[in-house]
Design a protein around this ligand. Structure first.
Ligand code: PLP
Ligand code: TYF
Length: 398
């Protein structure tokens, strides 16, 4: 019966993680999977989350089904965090927000909703983008295209080419944008560039789908959401997927949100209803614990402040690692090769320009794991291993 079912080759990033775990070398370094690791190479348990969990455990509540759309106060807290509590669109109640299974679940529900209500819409993704974007949107039956984004020559953005493409695609097209901390390149639009892009989106009737998986890892919680807020303010009708996997270090809880910015509250209510219908025929209702933890933190001024502090520490550590790696590479290469992109790219990732054969040599000869594309996850670096990584890179780049 199942003879025609082919073996699954595995997710390349997760497979690499397994290979890393099998590697017996003491000085191995994982710079592949996009998780935040602390200076000791561990996934942190945030103290605010620990306190939230303690508070919840003292007050055990039954684990019934949540509403299809998730916990109401949690959904409001998500809106406040993503858009800002004082944002006109929040006050006007013209945003429909549901609790989602991480950022991935938000993308999937958004994709299914688009397929049903905009059956002819096609989606445009940055070149390159997170590989699962392609899988999720194609899996939902949408045609995908790419717009120019990363400039390999400079380690920056092909902004003019991106704008030219977006000026030429059909009105009603969906455009996937990364709010900040672009995965996989680390290259973001500047505010000035967003200010040029947003009117094009609004005037041409494009539908932005903003993926915000790293809020707080670039410049700050509000700063990283600036693009989302500016889009909503400019009157764009937009999808926004946000994730708490990274910024709460709650990967396995699968907690996030999907928000749809509409023109008015009546439309938002209808959209919310159809998002519920989309969830209902998908997984029926979301899980409880992750959202309860996040709610517990965000509804408390003390725990929220603590969270912001812990997030600032993670962000600061990543920036410090960028600076240390840049410094160590500069010492090795001098003016022969410019690694300035490490300092201008933001968030968890950098596209290093290291080629696939060089990535292979880094792994085999030095136990330094990058993914095939040359993407490096900066949070795998630490004060203890950054010199080893720089030496390894110097060795394979020659
Ligand atoms: N979007 C981007 C750009 C990501 O990098 C990730 C995860 O790494 C996600 C979405 C999905 O995050 P989650 O684990 O919350 O599903
Ligand atoms: O880009 C990354 O590394 C993260 C982690 O199926 C990840 O997105 C990788 C694969 C996957 C889920 C998450």
């Amino acid at each position: 019966v199942f003879a025609h079912v082919p073996p699954y080759p595995g997710d390349p990033i997760l497979s690499l993680m397994e290979a890393f775990q099998q590697d017996a070398r003491a000085d191995k370094v994982s710079l592949s999977i996009g998780l935040y690791f602390d200076e000791q190479g561990r996934l942190p348990v945030l103290d605010c989350v620990r306190q939230a969990a303690q508070a919840l455990s003292q007050n055990a509540v039954p684990c019934g089904y949540l509403p299809i759309e998730g916990i109401a106060p949690y959904r409001q807290l998500v809106q406040d965090l993503v858009f800002g509590a004082d944002h006109e669109a929040v006050r006007a109640q013209r945003i429909a927000t549901i609790q989602s299974l991480g950022g991935s679940g938000a993308l999937k529900v958004g994709a299914d909703f688009i397929k049903r209500y905009f059956p002819d819409a096609e989606i445009w993704l940055s070149d390159p983008t997170w590989e699962n974007h392609l899988a999720i949107f194609e899996g939902a039956g949408l045609r995908t295209h790419s717009y120019p984004y990363y400039d390999a020559a400079t380690g920056g953005l092909r902004f003019d080419a991106m704008m030219d493409t977006l000026r030429g695609i059909p009105s009603g097209s969906v455009v996937l944008l990364h709010a900040s901390c672009h995965n996989p390149t680390g290259v973001d639009l500047s505010r000035e560039q967003w200010q040029q892009l947003i009117p094009v989106i609004v005037e041409r009737g494009l539908i932005p789908f903003v993926d915000m998986a790293y809020q707080g890892f670039g410049d700050g919680l509000d700063e990283d959401a600036w693009s989302v807020r500016a889009l909503a303010e400019a009157g764009a009708q937009a999808f926004v997927a946000n994730s708490f996997s990274k910024n709460f270090s709650l990967y396995g809880e699968r907690v996030g949100g999907l928000s749809v910015v509409c023109n008015d509250a009546t439309t938002a209510a209808n959209v919310l209803g159809q998002l519920k219908a989309t969830v209902r025929r998908n997984y029926s209702s979301p899980p409880t614990q992750g959202a309860r933890l996040v709610q517990q933190v965000l509804q408390s001024p003390e725990l929220s402040a603590q969270w912001a502090g812990e997030l600032a520490e993670m962000r600061g550590r990543i920036k410090d690692m960028r600076a240390r790696l840049h410094h160590a590479l500069h010492e090795r290469f001098g003016e022969r090769r410019d690694f300035g992109f490490l300092l201008t790219q933001r968030g968890m990732f950098s596209y290093t320009g290291i080629t696939e054969p060089q990535v292979h040599r880094l792994r085999v000869e030095h136990g330094v794991y990058l993914i095939r594309s040359g993407r490096m996850c900066m949070s795998g670096l630490s004060r203890a291993n950054v010199q080893h990584v720089a030496d390894a890179i110097a060795h394979v780049l020659g």
